[in-house]
Unconditional design. Structure first.
Lengths: 335, 335
DNA sequence: ATTTGCTTTTGTAGCGCTACAATCAATCTA
DNA sequence: TAGATTGATTGTAGCGCTACAAAAGCAAAT
């Protein structure tokens, strides 16, 4: 992207200005301990004065290595990925790597994002979930780039970090049963292909079946509906069974929508109905009553994802490795 | 990032396999109309079979051009930047460009992100706000990379796209006065350096002064407090003057926190107090009562930002250009 | 048959950097 | 004092691609 007018400052020009060879400049930046203290300082000073910025593209090409890691995230629409991304950022910074992000809300877009990252020859790729276009997977396999799938904890095609949504769902059901609920409703996402969501419904049914309870109270909502899904879900489930006494929501946003709707209906929570969310978003602690929710250790997940990639680059990590970062249940007033 | 084991598929190997010269492969990808239909199809087919991915780094280096644009955004913690990023994504896709994101919550981090982008030799950079580290600005100036500052609409060091927070604040104050409010409180962010926020307080004071009203009801909160800032702000302002009858919040999140607190206190909104938010987040339409708020046309802002960069690359845009994307007021029940 | 104008294809050189081997200087050992 | 050892520095070649100019094909015009 050389602008026609501006003369580009290259490593050559820095070397000339500092009176050393280009290799010394290169070493001063990449392997500081290889060059003598005073030489290094002089080089860095000259470079700063000239406004020299190492050309990643050239370095990348020459070395076949990159210090940039790419992460694809499905959305920034709600806060669920904030901590995840923070964890990634902090971890890469610690090791002198860079993180770049691409948003992709469908597997098709994800595949395009992967292409971009591959074209950039990133050092590694972090994905969310384990549903991907097969040609994107082929490409990643073929190039051998380290890939970590996050928010899942099983059968990665390379590496994975996450927690068991099944276990979390079971824990939530148990909590509701223990507090006396018998007619528990479940809200899921319509047409979702992401295992982050699809695993929950079977886990819900199994848990109830094991407790000898019915599990017919299931309502699907549009993922895009956000808060608005809450009222719809509550209405749908109430129609099916007015004696419903608990509801498990796919996110805290939906759960907040349910709480809003309970307020409109004058239903007391958790007396009339217990409400459980998922994700431990900020709103969970601020809304009244506070939302009981699953806390997925997203920050740690982001950290581990990056660590796994960096370790692989250093020849330490292993393909096929899976890390379970677990989850917590945050118990508040709503359930 | 060549993995030691995997043989890399280069343009050379694609050319050999397709029985053409490397240049024809290059043209087939970059300037499809330059190569004959059937040749092109054969090349693309062979490339796909081999799993060839053009090496951006090499192309970048050779051409001095890049189709990647970098955007720095301050946070994904709340949804305010979702539409902005969506607008950017859609626009770059339309022109065959790529968007990569970096998160940076301080000007120091922003400067680092800019360095990364510059090192990647991106085609352009989009920033939020107009407060930057001076050395980062120097670097951008020196390299001549097209830069657009967004969410501001004045005095860009290169280009800017945004709306007037002053005008928006004035509109909000007028709305409140028109509905009969006389003791209007203002919530601002403590220590914020970003003009997105700092412009509002003077505008607030001016508007009130012009209407002959007092403007002593100002409370500052921590930006990181989120919903929690609402109760604190309401309490602080109420202490200063129990007759407060309206409150302007820095974001819909804070406003939602205020509404929650009003609920706890049994205050009717807008009868006891009118509440105005900012940003038209999803929660604004879902919470009860619905939140009256400023709608900043973020999607269009993102689109325009990218368009401005791409046009500059094509030699059409001009340094110094500023686009005002305006704002709207969404009137709901809360004010 | 030759020229002209057009489209399609192809060598060549070089973008800015780093791996690697070679060189040089300084210090240490026998 | 020669020889070995260590550390700092430097040439050289080449990473994979594209700009550019040159060449080759091909059809219509002379």
């Amino acid at each position: 992207m050389t602008r026609e007018d501006k003369p580009t400052v290259t490593m050559q020009s820095v070397a000339a200005a500092a009176g050393v060879s280009p290799m010394t400049v290169s070493n001063a930046f990449r392997y500081p301990q290889r060059v003598q203290e005073d030489t290094r300082r002089r080089v860095l000073k000259v470079a700063a004065e000239l406004g020299y910025i190492p050309n990643h593209a050239a370095g990348n090409l020459a070395s076949g290595q990159s210090r940039v890691i790419g992460a694809v995230i499905p959305s920034i629409k709600n806060s669920s990925f904030y901590k995840y991304v923070s964890g990634m950022q902090d971890q890469v910074a610690e090791h002198g790597y860079e993180l770049i992000l691409k948003l992709a809300d469908t597997t098709r877009h994800e595949a395009a994002a992967i292409q971009t990252f591959l074209g950039l020859r990133v050092a590694g790729i972090a994905l969310v979930g384990d549903e991907h276009e097969s040609d994107a997977v082929d490409l990643m396999r073929k190039t051998g780039v380290p890939v970590v799938e996050s928010w899942v904890h099983e059968k990665p095609f390379d590496m994975a970090v996450g927690y068991s949504t099944t276990a979390a769902t079971e824990a939530l059901v148990k909590l509701l049963i223990d507090r006396g609920c018998r007619r528990i409703g479940f809200v899921g996402y319509e047409g979702s292909v992401s295992r982050r969501f699809t695993e929950r419904l079977p886990a819900f049914r199994n848990s109830l079946a094991r407790a000898g309870l019915e599990s017919d109270l299931v309502h699907l909502v549009e993922e895009a509906d956000g808060f608005g899904a809450g009222p719809k879900a509550l209405e749908g489930l109430y129609r099916r069974d007015p004696s419903i006494d608990a509801i498990i929501c796919p996110t805290d946003i939906v759960a907040a929508g349910v709480l809003f709707e309970c307020g409109r209906r004058g239903w007391k929570v958790p007396e009339r109905i217990a409400v459980a969310g998922w994700g431990d978003y900020e709103i969970a602690s601020e809304i009244s009553p506070g939302l009981t929710t699953i806390q997925p250790n997203a920050y740690e997940m982001g950290q581990r994802a990056m660590r796994m990639i960096i370790e692989r680059v250093w020849g330490e990590g292993e393909p096929g490795s899976v890390v379970n970062t677990g989850f917590g249940i945050v118990r508040r007033a709503s359930a």
